[in-house]
Design a protein around this ligand. Structure first.
Ligand SMILES: [Zn+2]
Length: 306
């Protein structure tokens, strides 16, 4: 029986409901040390739980915390948030984001060491806790793949082949998706269980169609981030992809990785932006309720189950 693995228990796919597949509920990233930008520190458990409650009030049921090991994931903090907001299903990832964030041990670990680590997160628990990951994450740099990124990608692919756990991918600014696909196929990965994040950074119809034709999902996760372009650009490309027959491979999220995106820290648009304002906009733009349900309920549960 297919399941979706949340922090503390496996749920039936039909229990997932309205789902966002790329958010951040807690992170303490090394990038903060480099940039000194406190906006990247999403580390106030109380405020993060408050924000998650807003998501739930807006109709949200399930959420992916896409914070990787190298981006300052904390199983302990996620457990605290989950205990404060038990009405929302939280799915945590295991895996890595970018080679430039990795600590030295990731370079030193063999491929097999990484495989063992990822498997332990999924089957036993993360960071010595009993909270488990339900999703693998890979990631590559802007327009190139570091050797060490290829190592962690191949490790995630091997774990996917063994356990069936789905894979999400960080594509920096929507690049290197096709090169990642080549490596994943080389490892025998089922592309129907892979979703490419950040594809709305690269609103290129040809590029996206080629990914979708191979059976993978794409995720638009700059929703609400007008600094990367108006919603109109994303919505127009979504319409074009739907017209081309790819509705069942599209997912939408907000990638809320900064304090300033959270209402609870005094910012916006907030974790409730997509289930409220953005969905109303989609309706006004001609998306039917059926299409919205396919994107946020049907596609997400099909992708997340294994
Ligand atoms: Zn993210």
């Amino acid at each position: 029986m297919a399941k979706i693995r949340t922090l503390f228990k496996d749920i039936s796919p039909n229990e997932a409901g309205f789902t966002l597949v790329h958010e951040h509920l807690y992170s303490h990233p090394p990038l903060w040390k480099i940039s000194g930008d406190p906006d990247l520190l999403l580390d106030d458990v109380e405020k993060n739980a408050q924000e998650l409650k807003l998501f739930h009030k807006a109709g949200g049921k399930t959420i992916v915390d896409a914070t990787t090991i190298d981006y300052g994931r904390s199983a302990k903090a996620l457990i605290e948030i989950a205990n404060k907001v038990p009405e929302v299903n939280i799915i945590s990832v295991t895996g890595f984001n970018l080679g430039s964030y990795y600590e030295p041990w990731v370079y030193e670990y063999s491929l097999d060491d990484i495989v063992e680590l990822l498997k332990r997160d999924i089957t036993v628990g993360m960071e010595g806790t009993n909270a488990r990951s339900g999703l693998l994450k890979i990631g590559t740099s802007y327009n190139y793949i570091m050797k060490v990124e290829e190592k962690t990608l191949r490790a995630a692919a091997k774990v996917h082949v063994e356990l069936g756990t789905p894979i999400v991918s960080h594509t920096t600014l929507g690049t290197m998706a096709h090169e990642q696909i080549e490596l994943l196929l080389d490892e025998g990965v089922d592309l129907g269980k892979v979703a490419f994040y950040h594809m709305d950074h690269n609103l290129d119809f040809w590029y996206q169609k080629k990914i979708l034709e191979k059976g993978a999902y794409i995720v638009y996760d700059c929703t609400g981030k007008i600094k990367y372009g108006p919603e109109e650009w994303r919505i127009n490309m979504l319409k074009r992809l739907i017209k081309a027959g790819f509705l069942e491979q599209l997912m939408i999220a907000g990638d809320t990785a900064r304090r300033s995106y959270y209402k609870s820290y005094g910012g916006g648009p907030g974790l409730d932006y997509i289930p409220t304002k953005y969905i109303n906009r989609l309706r006004e733009e001609g998306f039917t309720q059926e299409m919205i349900d396919i994107i946020f309920i049907e596609n997400t549960k099909r992708f997340l189950s294994w």
